[in-house]
Design a protein around this ligand. Structure first.
Ligand code: PRP
Length: 196
């Protein structure tokens, strides 16, 4: 947003504050947890959301996705300890923060698995015997490596998306498209820089 000329000083110096009313711009910024972003949008408490595609897919969000911001890039993986045998005939127990995505993955493989929902530090599941394996996102691979886990399969890629509330778009199209266009320009410039 800063690269798009949007003043983010308040967010940079946020301390414990969660909501910022900009004095110089027609925006109010809300800092919410990823899974709550879709709730704020669905209930009309926010007009624009910036959130990972992992959460949009898992929450089956019907919000209108306008931009792939091409940041926050990571990937879903199936991981476990090196002893894990993905082809073993027994019914597997899979730990994950993403039960829907996990179920879809194993449904596609024609496998019926037991899914345990975990809220965080998912890597603990195979290490403690809670689950046979995990489906989780990885960015740098550090957490998997440092916990001596191994990747057995690569699933969907993930990145940060800009989504809008459809009703807000009808009510304030100019303000929303102005914001989106400013961000889009930055995203495109960065892509060109990467290519060039
Ligand atoms: C995510 C993910 C992994 C970690 C992967 O967790 O669930 O644990 O990041 O990142 P890396 O590949 O760069 O090491 P997050 O930081 O969101 O926290 P959580 O474990 O509490 O879910």
């Amino acid at each position: 947003m800063e690269a798009a000329g949007i003043n983010c000083d308040q967010i940079r110096n946020k301390e414990r504050r969660l909501i910022f009313d900009s004095e110089t711009q027609p925006y109010e910024f809300i800092l919410a947890k990823g899974p709550d972003v879709t709730t704020f949008l669905e209930r009309g408490a926010a007009d624009i959301g910036i959130v990972g595609s992992d959460i949009l897919t898992e929450n089956q969000s019907s919000q209108y996705e306008l931009l792939n911001l091409d940041i926050g890039k990571c990937q879903f993986v199936l991981a476990s300890t090196k002893e894990f045998d993905p082809d073993a005939p027994k019914r597997k127990i899979i730990g994950t923060k993403y039960p829907l995505i996990t179920k879809r993955y194993f449904d596609n493989l024609g496998q019926d698995v037991e899914i345990i929902k975990i809220e965080g530090s998912v890597e603990l599941a195979p290490l403690t015997g809670l689950a046979d394996a995990i489906v989780d996102i990885t960015e740098t691979g550090t957490t998997i490596r440092e916990n001596h886990l191994k990747i057995f399969d690569y699933l969907d890629k993930v990145s940060t998306r800009l989504v809008v509330n459809r009703m807000s778009l009808k009510q304030h199209p100019e303000a929303i498209f102005d914001f989106v266009d400013r961000i889009k320009k930055v995203v495109n410039e960065r892509k060109e820089e990467e290519v060039g």
